[in-house]
Every structure is written in C-alpha cells, then in structure tokens.
Design a protein around this ligand. Structure first.
Ligand code: C2E
Ligand code: CA
Ligand code: CA
Length: 335
C-alpha cells in the first residue's frame, strides 16, 4: 500500500476466526531475520477491520483497518488492534500529522521552549529543560504529547531529535549565566548507532561545554535496552555529558535501574508530588527516594512544583532542586 505498509485480506470461517489468523500473521512478522551474520528484529503495527461488521465495501474497510493500524502505532501496541467506533476520526488527523512531521523540520515549524530548574539552597537558576513545540500553520501550537509518539512510530524522531540537540546546544551556548541545558532523549534515539556522534557534533558545532549538557532519559528506555545503553552512556559520560533519570516514581522505579547506571541527577515525576495520598504518606515516599538518591551521591530534583507550600515542604526535606510552574513556565529562548 505504501513504502512500508501492507494489506492482507483473508476469509475466515467457523473454526478459523479472524483472531487466529491475525495471531499467525503477527507471529510470522516477529520471526527474527538474518542479515548476513546479524540477527534483526522486525516489528509491525497491525490494524484489523472485519466485513461486514465494520464496513461493507473495500475502500471503507481499508480506511478502518488503516485507522486501527494507526491506533496500534500510536499506542505502540505489540498486539493487533481491531477497529472500533471513533478510531476513524482520530486517525485522520494523525495520518495528516504523520505526513507533515518530516517536512516541518525543514520549514522551521519546531521551536524549543525552556523551563528553569532552580536550586532549593539559594533559589538560583541551575539549568533549563528544553521542551519542544510545533507551530503548525493550520493547527496552531501542538504539544509533544500530540506528536512525539508519531515521530517515534514513523522514524522521524531521529532527525527531529538531532535538530533538538543542535538547537538546544546552540541556544545554551548563548546564555550569559552558563547554566546547563537538559534535553529529552527518546528510546529510539539511544538505539541509533550514531547517537553518540550526534551528541558530539551538536557540542562541537555550538561550542557548548559538554559539562553543560544533560540528557534526560526515562526508566522504560533503560530497561528495554539495558546492554546497548551501558556502552552509549560510557561514551557520553567520557565526553563530559551529564545524564538524568527522568520521570522517576512512575512505572517501575526500580532499585536495579538506580544501581546499574551512574546518574548525575534523578528527576522525581510530578505525579509523586500530586498523588492524592495523605500528605504524610507523600512525604514518606519523597523522603525515601531522596535518601536513596543521596546515598548514591546523585542530585535529586522534583518536577511539577506549583505552589509555595510545595516548595517549602521540599526545601524542608532537603531536596536539591525543583522545576515547575511555580519557578517558571516553559518560555521561548531569551535572545
Ligand atoms: P517531561 O520531560 O516530564 O517534561 C515536563 C512536562 O511537564 C512539560 O510538558 C512541562 O510543560 C510540564 N510541566 C512543567 N512544570 C509543570 C507543573 O508545575 N505542573 C504541571 N502540571 N506540568 C508541568 P510538555 O512540554 O507538554 O512535555 C511533555 C513531555 O514531552 C515531556 O515530559 C517529555 O517527555 C516530552 N518531550 C518534550 N520535549 C521533547 C523533545 O524534545 N524530545 C523528546 N523525545 N521528548 C520531548
Ligand atoms: Ca524531561
Ligand atoms: Ca519529567
């Protein structure tokens, strides 16, 4: 149907259900492929539409299968997704964005905004996190939640990520306060064989001191690609680049991850601070993570600080740094 899109039609009957067929198909795709001596894993997003339940003609069936496929892509589902009411509408805008992303980099539609990270000791700005925005000529401003997973699914995250790194380094090189810049890195970028060179190139062409660049990586990324990541980290840290564990306190939050990698910073996800627990329980969780971080001689930052009260609580507990609307919202680079 397209460069990497295929359609399969199959007739099912009693005793051979659609699900059975789809499962066979998925299994066949998942079989590793040998490329010379290298074994390669193949993945596929599968969407299913059924006749006559979902549609009664070919083009409508295809449109629904396509919409289901988009849902599978977007949710990074390893399982086939069957069409359901409403998917068609959602997929139309996704397909549109999907086609637009690659060109949008060249058209200069992406922008980085920066949110300050401040020290709880003296309130000084110690760094800024780069957060991407897409100023679409028709749709207006889009937030990363609306397009990063699409960019990951269609591979453009590599090019987009390269742009983010280069832009963030060159912006930071111009900051008079010489604080660090934090850049979010997607799992797919880390898996890219050229990633360490991409970082080195961004540093070289901007002239930014490598010590001022911090890469934010989530735990899920690390768990899925453990062995590869250890090597990449070693190369990056040899350059002087810092590494932060992002969104800690969601997902696994395993001790194993904390022990396996030497993080320069742990960022506690805002959901920890905002959890609807009794305040004393929130405090206990925060205290425990802080003790762990400090025992590993890692700086601990709390995200999502929105009020003076939260700030006082965190300062009282001995946290190092905060980030959140209270200290400042994401804003365009000051030039
Ligand atoms: P994140 O890394 O956890 O980034 C923080 C998000 O929390 C940002 O949302 C920020 O605007 C929001 N935030 C900051 N302070 C507060 C607060 O006090 N309260 C509340 N409720 N929210 C706050 P944003 O900009 O929409 O980014 C969402 C996510 O998208 C980021 O989560 C990050 O995972 C991802 N992202 C952003 N930029 C990039 C990028 O350049 N590359 C990649 N791969 N991912 C990115
Ligand atoms: Ca982040
Ligand atoms: Ca975060």
């Amino acid at each position: 149907m397209g460069g990497d899109e295929f359609a399969v039609a199959a007739q099912t009957h009693e005793g051979y259900a659609c699900d059975d067929f789809v499962e066979l198909l998925a299994e066949a795709v998942r079989k590793p492929v040998m490329l010379g001596d290298a074994q390669s894993e193949v993945s596929a997003s599968v969407g299913v539409a059924c006749f006559p339940e979902d549609a009664t003609n070919v083009s409508e069936l295809l449109a629904r299968a396509d919409a289901a496929m988009y849902e599978a892509k977007d949710t990074q589902s390893e399982h086939p997704v069957t069409y359901r009411e409403g998917l068609l509408k959602r997929s139309a805008s996704r397909r549109f964005l999907d086609r637009e992303i690659a060109g949008a980099i060249g058209r200069g539609e992406f922008q980085l905004q920066y949110q300050v990270q401040t020290s709880l000791r003296d309130g000084a700005i110690v760094g800024r996190e780069a957060l991407i925005r897409w100023h679409h000529p028709v749709l207006g401003t889009l937030y990363p939640g609306e397009f990063i997973s699409l960019a990951e699914a269609n591979g453009s995250i590599i090019e987009l990520g390269r742009w983010v790194l280069a832009q963030a380094c060159s912006d930071a090189a111009g900051w008079p306060d010489r604080t660090r810049v934090a850049v979010n890195i997607s799992a797919l970028q880390l898996r890219d064989a050229d990633f360490a060179s991409t970082v080195a190139e961004a540093l070289r062409s901007s002239g930014l001191d490598p010590q001022r660049l911090e890469l934010e990586i989530t735990e899920t990324t690390l768990i899925r690609q453990r062995t590869e990541v250890v090597d990449v980290f070693a190369r990056l840290q040899a350059l002087g680049v810092k590494i932060a564990l992002d969104d800690f306190g969601t997902g696994f939050s395993s001790l194993d991850t904390l022990l396996a990698f030497a993080f320069d910073r742990i960022k506690i996800d805002r959901s920890v601070l905002h959890a609807s627990l009794q305040p004393s329980r929130t405090r206990s969780v925060l205290r425990a993570i802080l003790a762990l971080g400090h025992a590993l001689t890692t700086t601990v930052l709390v995200e999502g600080v929105e009020t003076q009260n939260q700030l006082e609580l965190l300062r009282g507990e001995g946290f190092d740094e905060i980030q959140g609307f209270f200290a400042g919202r994401p804003v365009p680079n000051a030039t």
